[in-house]
Design a protein around this ligand. Structure first.
Ligand code: BGC
Length: 758
């Protein structure tokens, strides 16, 4: 009683402070807006791109002049503290009201020190590690003038054809939500005013990962039940974690493009979820609504403002049309004021009105360049994100001795290790696999290298892949010559490491693929290497799940390294030589072939499910040519050791709504190595008012066990874990039977059942 009274007092004091701060902020902004002209207010809603990259059709012109005229609210993707300082100077010294600019950037998986692509990060299932990667990105970028990042990207996807799967956390709502929270916390810390925290922008609201056929920017059509129970969870988690801004998606939601969707932006985001920050569109998303069929630029800009959008990225629809719309009575001054207030509030919260150069301290920026701490973190994070997909007869880890051949188009590649969206990376520092192996093995082993093949034999594909990004580092010699050189090296070696997969630009934005096999040139190389009879380890670099049915059958060991960032090569070497025991688990299902997509573990049952263990049964839900099984299920990943799971013990078999249920399981490391395991908890509600997933993740714990060690793990469930949105979109738990599963992945599980009492 006493304790809760103290808690209540603390809460009252804190909310009192927050209210005071809000009152001060409102007074400041009221006074400022009282002095602003209509043009200046509209100017705050304008976000041009001014960096070294452009990702859409439009580019922003005459920016300096516009800044001086108060027609710019923020800029993005400028790199360099001195440059940013100069541009800020234009705003605070040359514009009439001296309102500072926001400086945004796509700091997606690190700033200069690059961490694994987000899909890789998610495979670590380590929230503290993920939060730290965002923290380091905030430290580095904030010292370089950036105060706002367009991250995290939390779009769930079940379609690996979609290239942007690389930027998110895979297919699971619960895991995605935990990661969303961790990243927002990492970027924003506890106090946005500090000069080492930056404002986060969760994107792309909403449902962007559900584009039809995995084709980028494509149509999305989804029931509200699915939105609320699945796809919305990570966005909402970011909002609950206090994310400062939200970016719209390119796609439509329920027939209306997200950037004009009032239901989505105002009803769901602001009214239902209580979002208090500002909403920015994606790159030219307002303009694109003309192609969507919603009208000319003036019309779509008006729709967007009325839907609740506050800032227009790049397209200048707001800048060029809102004034006319206002004079024609199509929008109101109140709507413009509301958007302007949101943008000014963000600047206030970041402390930019106190000191517009808060994030522009060249001394701080320099200090980071020499630190090794972040590189160590990046190396550890990359190793933790790797997923061991196959390891026949314990081929891995390998010894640091003898002759090791590292062969493949990605064996000596630095830039590709960074993966997609590494716009601010230091491209001189990434460590290739070859260098990593040489560094970690030292003089203990002889490392030989050959390229063996190009990434792709298709020159048109090559051109498309490198249109915007880096070239594919092609070797123009005849294919035979490149292969023979590699085979000669392979013959001299004791073991072959084949470094194959995707170049950085083969996944990411506008990099959808319909064939997820290794390209033919690489497959040919792999076959030839296997024919030598030497043991082959496939180290895979990829931004997405690939279809590796043949490889899984024929190659004895497969380690998936993703695009692991700056320290990739060292981290792969740490794992191959056994300094680090791999513990990553897939956050998305890997299909056997592309025809199975979308394939995801938390699917619903049909009325005619295929009986367990069968390949095919007429008139059930299956295929003639392939089983329903994935190649690798969600949550899957091997270790150099083995973990044994006991049966689940529940503290009771029936719980009331106010009681807690405790599920206990004992995990034992029965192998020969110390190692980490991600213990996964799934739930199924077998009888409910609406159909339910056959299984859904509701908890996990990543634990470390020394060899021979046993640990009792407990999961405590409350009624909140049993709730779902029903057909009235009410969030409720329904009484009745439930099944719980605990296991090492979504397929290999122990089970127990309990009842939720009425
Ligand atoms: C992407 C966003 C990104 C923006 C700014 C767009 O093309 O969809 O994710 O934040 O560009 O670079």
């Amino acid at each position: 009683m006493k304790r809760s009274l103290v808690m209540l007092c603390v809460f009252c004091v804190l909310s009192g402070y927050a209210q005071q701060a809000d009152i001060r902020m409102n007074a400041f902004i009221n006074q400022l807006m009282g002095r602003m002209t209509l043009d200046e207010k509209i100017g705050q809603l304008n976000l041009p791109a001014a960096g070294d990259i452009t990702t859409g059709q439009a580019s922003s012109a005459g920016i300096a002049q516009k800044i001086e005229q108060g027609k710019v609210g923020g800029l993005f993707n400028i790199k360099g503290v001195e440059k940013i300082r100069e541009v800020q100077k234009l705003a605070v010294e040359k514009s009439r009201l001296k309102i500072p600019l926001l400086f945004g950037m796509d700091v997606i998986h690190g700033y200069e020190t690059v961490f694994p692509i987000p899909l890789g990060l998610s495979a670590s299932w380590d929230m503290a590690l993920i939060e730290r990667s965002a923290r380091i990105a905030a430290e580095e970028s904030s010292a370089n003038g950036i105060c706002w990042t367009f991250s995290p990207m939390v779009d769930l996807t079940r379609d690996p054809r979609w290239g942007r799967i690389a930027e998110g956390s895979g297919e699971d709502p619960y895991l995605g939500a935990q990661i969303a929270k961790a990243m927002v916390k990492g970027y924003q810390g506890n106090d946005l005013k500090k000069n080492n925290t930056i404002m986060s922008c969760v994107k792309h609201f909403a449902l962007y990962g559900a584009s039809e056929a995995g084709r980028d920017y494509n149509t999305v059509d989804m029931s509200r039940i699915r939105m609320y129970n699945e796809y919305f969870l990570p966005y909402k988690a970011a909002v609950d974690a206090g994310v400062g801004s939200v970016m719209t998606a390119f796609n439509e939601v329920d027939g209306i493009p997200a950037s004009a969707n009032k239901w989505l932006m105002t009803e769901v985001l602001k009214n239902q979820w209580g979002f208090k920050g500002f909403i920015v569109t994606d790159y030219t998303a307002i303009n694109e609504m003309t192609a969507h069929g919603l009208g000319d630029l003036q019309t779509v800009s008006g729709l967007s403002l009325k839907a609740g959008i506050d800032m227009d990225m790049v397209g200048e629809g707001f800048l060029t049309t809102l004034k006319s719309s206002l004079s024609q009575g199509k929008i109101t001054l109140k709507q413009i004021d509301a958007a302007c207030r949101k943008v000014l509030e963000a600047k206030y919260k970041l402390g930019l009105f106190d000191d517009p150069y808060r994030y522009c301290d060249p001394q701080r920026a320099k200090a980071f360049q020499s630190t090794n701490t972040y590189r160590r973190e990046a190396r550890n994070t990359a190793a933790e994100s790797m997923v061991l997909l196959k390891n026949s007869s314990g081929l891995l880890p390998i010894k640091k001795s003898g002759t090791i051949a590292v062969i493949g188009p990605l064996a000596n590649s630095k830039e590709n290790m960074l993966g997609t969206w590494a716009v601010s990376a230091d491209y001189s520092t990434p460590v290739s696999l070859l260098t990593g192996l040489q560094q970690v093995a030292g003089s203990d082993a002889k490392i030989l290298y050959a390229k063996g093949s190009n990434l792709s034999e298709d020159s048109l594909f090559e051109q498309r892949v490198s249109v915007f990004g880096k070239p594919l580092e092609m070797d123009r010699r005849p294919e035979e010559e490149i292969l023979n050189e590699a085979l000669a090296i392979a013959q001299q070696s004791d073991i072959i490491i084949a470094a194959l997969g995707e170049a950085a630009e083969m996944s990411g934005e506008s990099s959808s693929r319909t064939n997820l096999d290794l390209p033919q040139s690489q497959k040919r190389l792999l076959e030839a290497l296997l024919k030598t009879g030497k043991p082959v380890v496939l180290v895979l670099f990829t931004g997405r799940p690939l279809t590796l049915t043949w490889e899984n059958k024929n190659v004895p060991a497969i380690l998936n390294a993703w695009h692991g960032g700056t320290e990739t090569g060292n981290a792969v070497a740490d794992v191959l030589f056994g300094t680090v025991n791999p513990s990553g688990k897939l956050s998305s299902t890997w299909p056997q072939n592309v025809g199975q997509i979308p394939l995801y573990y938390n699917h619903k049952n049909t009325g005619r499910p295929l009986p367990e263990g069968k390949w095919f049964q007429k008139f059930t839900s299956n295929y003639l040519d392939v089983t329903n099984e994935p190649l690798f299920p969600f949550g899957f990943g091997l270790s150099y050791t083995r973990f044994q799971y006991s049966d689940i013990v529940l503290n009771q078999s029936a719980v009331s709504r106010s009681e807690k249920l405790t599920a206990t399981i004992t995990i034992t490391n029965i192998g020969d190595h110390d190692g980490k395991e991600v213990v996964q908890l799934y739930l199924n509600d077998p009888v409910a008012s609406i159909t339910q997933p056959v299984k859904k993740l509701i908890g996990f714990q990543k634990i470390f066990l020394k060899k021979g060690e046993s640990r009792e793990i407990q999961f405590v469930l409350t009624v909140a874990d049993l709730k779902f949105y029903n057909s009235d979109l009410k969030y409720e738990a329904e009484a009745g039977d439930f099944n719980l599963y605990i296991g090492t992945n979504s397929k290999d599980v122990k089970s127990a059942s309990f009842v939720l009492k009425k």
